[in-house]
Design a protein around this ligand. Structure first.
Ligand code: AHG
Ligand code: MN
Ligand code: MN
Ligand code: MN
Length: 333
């Protein structure tokens, strides 16, 4: 059988599922940018791309050189094509307006240009996460408010993972497809036709070092998982924490599991570490499209009405059975 490239997949989506041509172009451009980021990441010390940039972002995090490089690559790739009205990024305080010399389009693109920054210098998988929204009609200059749409409004979401292989995982709202980068040919090839999250699992992912700051439902749930086969859950669990959300989510899409980044008692005004618009929403759409579930402990993440661009949120996502369990613990405590 002939190989299905990302381009062919997208053209067939346009033909059979009414994916608009400008959305198809958008995904192609993002994929091209991810190839460029993958290339930069793979150079490591040889390319002089490791280490800190010497600046802080709006989240108060020290930016790595690759955070800044990846952000630049995504902006440059996407600003000229006429498919976007504006962009927003984890690494930029305000929305990025399309320069006046270029035409504007119908979509808003949001991204976490380099996810898993703490893993860059130790040669562990990192990635890029993106989310696409429609720009509200009649918007001349998109403002922060234009971006504040619930995750259910996303028309597309995806991530690239820069690991032993570079992969692009994508949903246009009808299932989740995985493409592997063929480095010789320079194209993404469809290798994972239908990615699904098994309903039940025996694997969990959480940063255990924050245990003393967790709320009761999370402490109870993790204690039950640690109790193993003789405990309330009746099975032995394994634990994995890569500290790159893309890599942890990719594992869950491959073999199941639950990923948790709960709210933290140290920062009551910041419910969780992860960002709703660049991390939680796109990953939640992908996980739901793959048959899994995603909540903040109380409600479906995709239903949350965002209040600000850089808003943080608690995240529980992955195998349905486990996400439902931890969510019910929040409701009954
Ligand atoms: P980013 O590198 O984009 O700032 O995101 C880091 C996130 C996410 O990738 C990961 O799940 C989590 O931070 C890791 O947090 P810990 O440092 O607490 O392990
Ligand atoms: Mn960061
Ligand atoms: Mn991230
Ligand atoms: Mn990041």
């Amino acid at each position: 059988m002939s190989r299905v490239t990302l381009s062919r997949y997208l053209i067939e989506q346009t033909r059979n599922h009414d994916t608009p041509a400008d959305l198809r172009f958008l995904v192609e451009v993002v994929a091209r940018a991810c190839k460029a980021i993958s290339h930069a990441v793979s150079k490591g010390a040889l390319g002089g791309v490791l280490g800190n940039a010497g600046t802080d972002n709006v989240q108060g995090e020290a930016q790595k050189k690759l955070d800044v490089i990846s952000n630049e690559i995504l902006l440059e790739a996407n600003e000229w094509g006429g498919h976007l009205a504006a962009m927003a990024s984890e690494e930029m305080e305000e929305a990025y307006q399309i320069p006046g010399r270029y035409p504007k389009g119908a979509y808003l693109l949001l991204f976490d240009p380099l996810d898993g920054s703490s893993n860059i210098d130790v040669n562990v998988s990192v990635g890029t996460i993106f989310s696409v929204l429609r720009c509200p009609e009649g918007t001349e200059t998109p403002s922060e408010a234009s971006f504040l749409q619930a995750g259910t409004e996303q028309v597309c979401a995806g991530y690239a993972i820069y690991g032993p292989q570079t992969m692009l995982v994508l949903t246009l709202g009808n299932g989740v497809k995985g493409f592997t980068l063929d480095r010789e040919m320079g194209s993404f090839v469809l290798t994972h036709e239908s990615m699904t999250v098994p309903e039940s699992t025996k694997e969990f992912a959480i940063n255990m070092s924050n245990q003393r700051h967790w709320e009761t439902p999370v402490s109870r749930y993790v204690a039950e998982m640690q109790a193993g086969a003789t405990g309330a859950l009746g099975k032995d669990y394994n634990m994995r924490w890569i500290a790159s959300m893309v890599a942890d989510v990719h594992r869950i899409l491959t073999r199941g599991g639950i990923f948790m980044y709960p709210r933290d008692a140290r920062e009551p005004e910041k419910p969780g570490k992860l960002r709703l618009m660049y991390e939680a929403n796109p990953m939640s759409l992908i996980i739901e499209q793959a048959g899994g579930a995603a909540t903040n402990g109380h409600q479906r993440i995709l239903d949350i009405q965002p209040e600000s661009l850089h808003q943080r949120v608690a995240v529980f996502l992955g195998s349905k059975e486990e996400v439902e369990r931890i969510t019910s613990y929040h409701h009954h405590s």
